[in-house]
Design a protein around this ligand. Sequence first.
Ligand SMILES: C[S@@+](CC[C@H](N)C(=O)[O-])C[C@H]1O[C@@H](n2cnc3c(N)ncnc32)[C@H](O)[C@@H]1O
Length: 188
Amino acid sequence: MMDWEEYQRVTYGEPPSSNIVTFLTHQNPKTAIDLGCGCGNDTVYMVKKGINVIAIDLFLNKNYILDRLTEEEKERVSFIEGNFEEIELPKTDVVVANNSLAFCSLNNFEKLWQKIYDALNDKGFFVGHFVSKDDIRTQKNGICSFTLEETKKHLENYYIVSFIEVKKERKDKQEESDIFSIVAQKRS
Ligand SMILES: C[S@@+](CC[C@H](N)C(=O)[O-])C[C@H]1O[C@@H](n2cnc3c(N)ncnc32)[C@H](O)[C@@H]1O
């Protein structure tokens, strides 16, 4: 099990994910769910863009988010602390799930993926990451990872707006992450 509290502490204040930044230059959603929001870098970015965001995480440190918001902005964020495999998702214009879906239990992934689809309003968007089977982390137990073909198959009920494979090598060249960064729109 990852130490998510430590992860959130270390990533606090990092720039928002590039998929959500690019997405919001073209779209103007009113509501979003940030699934596995971590320290909330994407949540904070969306709230500051005027979006009402529900931030969901297994370990939620609300102050990482609230500390960066004005009083007016704070009214646009709400929180759910819990397991995204179990929580009911309300209807929304966008589900953001960056670096989080991979940590779903393997046998619950398809259910979670369907739940995301069901939560999206007509023509709503999924903005998030799938981990590639080539990612070194898949050698560890419990990571949900997919081949390119499997990932695209999961997007059959969506129009693909943007699909970018991002490979990152650590400085020590020991570990490479390999993810698919996705923006996709629900087909009506
Ligand atoms: C790698 S972090 C990513 C955080 C953030 N989305 C980002 O891109 O920086 C993964 C986050 O998912 C959360 N998480 C993992 N499993 C979860 C679950 N089953 N339900 C809800 N959140 C979960 C962790 O607590 C952690 O904050």
